[in-house]
Design a protein around this ligand. Sequence first.
Ligand SMILES: N[C@@H](CCC[C@H](N)C(=O)O)C(=O)O
Length: 315
Amino acid sequence: MTEKTAAAAAPTSDAAPRVPFTKGHGTGNDFVLLADPDGNVHLEAAQVAVLADRHRGIGGDGVIRAVPSRHVEEGRALLAAHPEAEWFMDYRNGDGSIAEMCGNGVRVFVHFLAEKGLVDLAPGESITIGTRAGVKTVSRLAHGYAIDMGPWSYLDPELAEEAASDAMVLTAGLADPRPALSVSMGNPHTVVPVASFEDLEGLDLTRAPEVDPAPAHGTNVEFVAAHEPLVREGVGRVRMRVHERGVGETQSCGTGACAVAVAMRAWSGEGGSDSWLVEVPGGVLGVDFVAHPDGTEHVVLAGPAELVFDGELTV
Ligand SMILES: N[C@@H](CCC[C@H](N)C(=O)O)C(=O)O
């Protein structure tokens, strides 16, 4: 962060400027959150990596800057069509790289805005925010938040009819290479089915799984195993683990849960469902497919968001 940034964010009479931060998480996917109401905070990748470092910094899977849309180029581009998208989620992975979207991050971001008094949002009310994957409408529930993630898509449009597989995952402790399906939720995902919960537990996600063909911009890789029966009382039930691009294995990935639901529904055909409960190591996420008035199908992601502690950075 620049000195100008720090001084603007939290001026003090002493030498070292202090920048307030908040730590939060959604199903164990954890973030460092910074409020930047004046658009003064300039985060370099190396600075993000230090903030996210669990030994030398605060620690987190990602860093989220809450900034008015008018202060960032990507936000200004959204405002013409969506003037209501006052706040923009500037999301960075723990290694400092920029990602288009973060499903858990959106919930935690909106909870942060609401709890810090930056927006008024009571249970039952909704807010539209800007992200690098477009605007998202987030509804506050009695417990947690539901995000309209918009339409999903296959990374390979030719798969629209077949929905079989378009990639192979070669490593992660798999006995054999496994076919996988590439799904976009604004950010890229590679979903790999495994046979059982035991197989899921046995995976080695200490390193990024090798995907062939290698995705041009990297990918998040989700491994998924089904409950037996897969669908109970109309709801599909699965368990997943994820290796996130730019982070490593995480306790949860919201966009990953959506991608898993897309793939499982496609693979199950008539035996699938439009409603899914996705178990992640850090909790449970809900994913629903809903018809949007514009004729497209949208994915709605629901889950908790918690703020854990506040602190001050000295810069
Ligand atoms: N944990 C997030 C996804 C964060 C971005 C991802 N690592 C990427 O690079 O695409 C989620 O909850 O969706």
